[in-house]
Design a protein around this ligand. Structure first.
Ligand code: LLP
Length: 427
């Protein structure tokens, strides 16, 4: 920020809005690179190989995958679409982890034939499909079994993944089933069992949650080893929190990495297990704070008790406030030093009462044409965007050291009806 103008990675926000239009999600590329590096440099252990795997569901496009690749990280994908992007972008497929609780037969075939390195197996039926297809086409891959460790992280119920009835993975209490799965894998010539995966939720602020997860998983590893199965690898998932508002105090990356590594060393000694590799899968914490969405203020309106500022996007480019009650901060990009004398509600343009981006936030008086910048929109904004009301998805810009490049263009009206057809279906 300089004087009263918002600057993102050396570029004036207003200039980006003027040339690309709004809404636009502007990423500070330097910030993404910094986060990737912070993770790769902090997540190191003298006793273990370590790997940082970027969870591409948080935000992906070719330009993003390039940064992930350059940082030497792996890639977590959960669908054929995310995997296709990896393949198309020249991402090393060996470093791709294929997640998901209902991989379709087609996705399994694609993953194996495109050379995805590792499957994170959700259930036994899936396991059999993978073993059978890998055998058919004689291609090798690795497998982690996804475990539900029943560790509760205090986060929104929609993004908790380890409660008793979560749809993800096999309960850690179902030890016979886990052993049976490892047994089936040991009989496969093509799919190698390498270890376990767990993920306890997202936007997690508590270090203890990770330490608890590791201790619990280490007990399972000890049990597997006692039953003659060597567990090389433990992947403890993602979930590291980002800073959205002053209510949030995310654990700094080096600290959370240290906690995880220390907890793992402690657990290895405590349970006498011989792990070789430890992995984490951060998504949000790499991209959230790097992203800022720029909107143009349209009309403003007073109601009985509120003052609304309307913007030219909304739940179609950021569903998080409506879906999770997520909170955000914002500023007027050209009035950064102006006194915040108003308290306003920032509402989107979708035909839905719940389309409110920010409730009751202090702002300088806003006028039509002002650029409103909402911070920390880099994760699960674009990736969860929709075309509700036939609103095109925003453009995405990467800024770095005073330069900016558009990495995803805005969707046009033509894009919106590009899929329409009138084709008789032959039965
Ligand atoms: N690994 C697995 C297996 C996951 O399911 C997820 C996120 C991650 C890694 C990355 O988690 P992160 O580091 O980004 O917290 N749409 C929600 C978040 C859903 C997270 C889903 N899984 C939101 O906007 O808050």
């Amino acid at each position: 920020m300089s004087d009263s103008t918002l600057i993102i990675d050396g570029v004036r926000a207003k200039d980006i809005a003027a040339s690309v239009g709004t809404p636009v999600i502007v990423y500070s590329q330097s910030e993404i690179e910094k986060r990737l590096m912070e993770f790769t440099e902090s997540f190191k252990s003298p006793r273990l190989n370590t790997k940082v795997v970027y969870a591409s569901k948080a935000f992906s496009c070719g330009a993003m995958l390039e940064l992930v690749k350059n940082a030497g990280c792996g890639l977590d994908v959960v669908s054929g679409g995310e995997m296709y992007l990896a393949k198309k972008s020249g991402f090393p497929m060996e470093d791709v982890l294929f997640h998901g609780n209902n991989k379709t037969p087609r996705e399994i075939e694609e993953a194996i034939s495109w050379g995805a390195g590792t499957f994170v197996i959700d259930n036994r039926l899936e396991l059999r499909r993978i073993i059978s297809y890998a055998k058919d086409i004689k291609r090798k891959c690795r497998a982690l079994i996804r475990i539900n460790p029943h560790i509760s992280a205090h986060t929104h119920s929609y993004i908790m993944t380890a409660d008793l009835d979560s749809k993800f993975g096999i309960s850690i209490d179902s030890r016979d089933e886990i052993l049976a799965m490892m047994d089936e894998l040991s009989g496969s010539e093509y799919v190698e069992f390498t270890g376990f995966h767990a993920h306890i939720g997202s936007q997690i602020f508590e270090k203890d949650a990770y330490a608890g997860e590791i201790d619990t998983m280490a007990q399972l590893i000890a049990f597997a080893e006692k039953n003659g199965c060597f567990v090389k690898c433990l992947d403890i998932g993602g979930g590291f929190a980002a800073y959205y508002t002053s209510e949030d105090s995310p654990i700094p990356v080096p600290e959370v990495c240290r906690t995880i590594i220390d907890a793992c060393h402690t657990a290895m000694d405590k349970y006498g297990i011989r792990l070789e590799t430890l992995m984490i899968e951060p998504g949000r914490s790499i991209v959230a704070e790097a992203g800022t969405t720029l909107y143009t203020v349209g009309d403003t309106k007073r109601t009985y008790s509120k003052k609304y500022v309307f913007v030219d996007g909304g739940m179609c480019d950021n569903i998080r406030p409506a879906l999770y009650g997520a909170k955000y901060r914002c500023d007027l990009a050209e009035k950064m030093d102006a006194e915040k004398t108003d308290t306003v509600t920032v509402a989107g343009k979708c035909c839905e009462s719940g389309d409110i981006l920010i409730h009751d936030i202090p702002l300088p008086p806003a006028e039509p044409g002002d650029i409103l910048a909402v911070y920390t929109t880099g994760a699960y904004g674009y990736s969860m965007a929709s075309n509700y009301n036939r609103i095109g998805r925003p453009a995405v810009v990467f800024a770095k050291n005073g330069k900016a490049r558009c990495v995803i263009r805005r969707e046009t009206y033509e894009d919106l009806d590009a899929l329409e057809c009138s084709r008789d279906i032959e039965f």
